[in-house]
Design a protein around this ligand. Structure first.
Ligand SMILES: [Zn+2]
Length: 546
């Protein structure tokens, strides 16, 4: 007589076990890279490595509990094991990280090519890491807590996991944040989230291809008095990177980080301005869209023209110069110059990067040649971290001692802040150079000039043990949201567009945000269109009729 017993397990234990299994069995590549990115194996790094393992187990546990229901959890776990085992094989065999172009390759491979990839090693991997665990799960009887009590337990399980994960994240933040930022490949190595994200990205890309960009502000025209003057106008919009308001001496910071701008008599420094997001990829497209923070979404912004299009409709020449990672869709239909690639022949480039002053190269000639009113966007590298010390030339390494590594945990907070402050000191110089360039062009070419500067988001520098940026907006610390914002208008510009400087100076202490940029740029150039909202125009109330 044979006695077969069906193995039984409680649903929550099954999910915890599956989380541990996913992270241990399929992620050799990920852990190898992670360990070397965080300083290698060693007793001193053991808490960090163990803590990170537990952190990921808890996150997986929270996610998988969302599908932990009778009739759902078994087939989904089987699917997960099968797909992850195949992914594991390809990652190990070909050393590939999984991203959306990889998914595109897979999905666009024909049947013949697919058969060529089949071999015994693949079958063995799928059997051991896919079929075996799947059979085990399939044969097991899963015990669920019934009804309301079951749901409450599951909710508590998810909430508890996320809470402990958040605590672990805070505890190891100083080590984890730079490692994840410097080793972006890690997210393409972690299975199964890598291929799930990649499939999602691929689908998004397919949808974006079909996208028709809706026109905006086709009715844009310039006010008669603005167009009548024969003098052209040139406006620089400087988009800063990772500059936080708190570290500008113009905003009361104790270190003198703005020695040059403090000497510009007509510069208006706005002291209370909030960013749209806490990361470049959100703030940059948001600030150039007409959506405003509350209504902003990545796909909405891409489906609609933005500020630069409206300026073009109004007859302006528009150029985007970039020393960062691109304009994230904000400049899609205007002229674009990528100045971020190192050029050994260029004075501003050292090793593999270029200082922001490169953005000013050739601008006087460009201004002189233009026949239209111009708006030129300069996208800085600014204070991009964690390698702050790389952002400023030797002449601006004034504060110290300076942290000279990406591994922030090996630096004191003071040395991290000192490196950051030097990058602000260099931005001070860069902005001052831009204003001086405009002044010179104003005299030589008889053009009316203006500059608007704001940063895309701020930065955490150790407050609440947080570093860098990118925290979810609703819970983000103010350091990541409070950005510098400055406006400089030449006398010619003010008289051409009838702007009252004193009135503007009286507004510099009021609360503004990135939402004001779109309408302020339209307002300061006296561009009329139905999409213009005078309520959000900072300059508007300070203009008067000729
Ligand atoms: Zn940024």
């Amino acid at each position: 007589m044979t006695l077969t017993t069906t193995p039984r397990i409680h649903a929550s234990l099954l999910i915890l076990g599956a989380s541990v299994f996913l992270l241990s069995a399929y992620n050799a590549n990920f852990w190898r890279t992670f360990v070397s990115a965080t300083g290698g194996l060693g007793l001193s790094h053991l808490p960090l490595h163990l803590g990170s393992f537990v952190l990921l187990v808890l996150l997986f546990n929270a996610c998988l509990n969302l599908i932990n229901f009778r009739f759902v959890v078994k087939p989904l776990l089987v699917l997960l094991f099968m797909a992850t085992s195949a992914t594991y094989y390809f990652m190990n065999e070909y050393g590939t990280a999984i991203d959306k172009s990889m998914i595109q390759n897979v999905l666009e491979t024909d049947v013949h090519e697919a058969f060529e990839l089949l071999n015994w090693k693949l079958l063995l991997t799928i059997t051991l890491l896919g079929i075996v665990p799947s059979m085990l799960v399939w044969r097991t009887q899963i015990l669920f807590c019934a009804g309301k009590r079951g749901l409450i337990l599951q909710g508590a399980n998810i909430g508890g996991s996320l809470l402990v994960a958040a605590l672990l994240l805070l505890l190891f933040f100083k080590s984890l944040a730079p490692a994840l930022r410097e080793h972006r490949e890690l997210r393409f190595l972690l299975a199964p989230t890598n291929y799930i994200q990649a499939i999602n990205g691929y689908l998004k890309q397919q949808r974006a291809r079909a996208l028709v960009v809706a026109p905006l502000g086709m009715d844009a025209t310039r006010h008669a008095s603005a167009g009548a003057n024969s003098q052209r106008s040139v406006t620089l919009i400087v988009v800063g990177e990772t500059a936080r308001a708190a570290n500008f001496s113009l905003n009361g910071y104790a270190r003198v980080t703005n020695p040059q701008l403090a000497q510009q008599p007509d510069l208006l420094n706005f002291t209370d301005v909030q960013s749209c997001g806490t990361a470049t990829a959100v703030s940059v497209p948001c600030v150039f869209s007409a959506l405003g923070r509350e209504h902003y979404a990545d796909d909405k912004a891409r489906a609609q023209q933005g500020l630069l299009d409206v300026l073009a409709h109004a007859g302006f020449g528009v150029l985007w110069r970039d020393n960062n990672s691109g304009c994230k869709g904000a400049c899609d239909r205007v002229e674009y110059e990528d100045l971020s690639q190192a050029d050994p022949g260029n004075t501003w480039c050292v090793d593999d990067e270029c200082y922001d002053e490169r953005l000013l190269d050739g601008l006087p000639e460009l201004i002189s040649k233009a026949r239209k009113d111009l708006v030129i966007v300069l996208h800085q590298k600014g204070s991009h971290g964690p390698a702050y010390w790389k952002r400023a030339p030797a002449a601006f390494q004034r504060f110290g001692p300076v942290c000279r590594t990406n591994q922030l945990e090996s630096c004191s907070r003071e040395s991290i802040v000192a490196a950051y402050d030097n990058s602000i000191l260099y931005t001070d110089h860069f902005l001052n150079q831009a204003i001086e360039l405009l002044k010179a062009a104003g005299e030589k070419e008889r053009v009316s000039t203006a500059m608007l500067y704001f940063s895309d988001h701020g930065e955490s520098l150790g407050e609440h043990n947080m570093y860098l940026h990118g925290a979810p907006y609703v819970i983000s610390p103010v350091e990541q949201r409070a950005v510098p914002f400055m406006l400089w208008l030449s006398e010619d510009f003010r008289s051409r567009y009838h702007i009252d400087q004193r009135c503007l100076a009286a507004r510099t202490g009021q609360s503004f945000s990135h939402d004001n940029v779109f309408h302020t740029v339209l307002g300061m150039h006296r561009i009329g269109t139905a999409v213009y909202n005078p309520g959000l125009d900072i300059v508007g109330p300070c203009t008067h009729e000729a």
